[in-house]
Design a protein around this ligand. Structure first.
Ligand code: ZN
Length: 207
């Protein structure tokens, strides 16, 4: 179980230091030229600090408690897929949101994980300052550490507000990343099966 801890890549401490964030937001607003005492902004530093505590909660999740009793021994070696997992993250370059869907698949080797846990694994890594490529890899590595499957495939489709809002070419705003491990990397038939199963009719990314 020890490598689950390592795969979770947690930060020390118990969470966001709210008073410091409040202070920093107040100074940021002042630097914008705003009047921090005007009514609309009065509660903003405190609200933003609370918000970051929630949006960055992934750094401090106990991975053992998260998985809890949801590992099951089974004799099943067909691919398991959880597709269209909604996620919201923050890009670490601009601290703006990127959001979209993750598709996670694995081929079990004696162990499966409860379906409801897969979105929580995605959240564990989405609720951080991230780059999409790293998040994709972390999800795959964590699942590998948790259940040692024959292989794992993760595909993430994300829309990056830092590109959309800043008028960078819109074509750069949508990004697809993937991480393939074990049989998903070595066996092109497995990989193709996964990609075929996640292709097509999964509606628009933003609904
Ligand atoms: Zn960015």
């Amino acid at each position: 179980m020890h490598n689950i801890e390592a795969a979770a890549e947690l930060l020390d401490g118990i969470g966001v230091a709210r008073p410091e964030v409040e202070q920093a937001v107040r100074r940021l607003l002042e630097a914008f030229g705003e009047d921090v005492s005007r009514q609309g902004l009065e509660g903003t530093p405190e609200r933003v600090a609370r918000m970051y505590d929630e949006l960055l909660a992934g750094y401090h999740v106990d991975p053992h408690a998260m998985i809890n009793d949801a590992l099951f021994d089974v004799e099943y070696d067909e691919m398991v897929i959880v597709r269209d997992i909604e996620f919201y993250s923050l890009c670490e370059h601009h601290m703006l949101p990127f959001l979209g869907r993750a598709h996670v698949a694995y081929t079990p080797s004696n162990k499966v994980i409860g379906l409801s846990k897969v979105p929580r694994i995605v959240d564990l890594f989405a609720r951080r300052l991230q780059v999409q490529e790293r998040m994709t890899r972390q999800i795959a590595d964590f699942l590998t550490a948790a259940i040692h499957p024959h292989g794992v495939g993760v595909v993430v489709e994300g829309l990056h507000l830092c590109a959309m809002m800043r008028g960078v070419k819109k074509a750069n705003a949508r990004m697809v990343t993937s991480a393939m491990c074990g049989s998903f990397e070595t066996n092109s038939q497995t990989r193709q099966e996964f990609l075929a199963l996640i292709a097509g009719n999964s509606g628009p990314i933003l609904t």
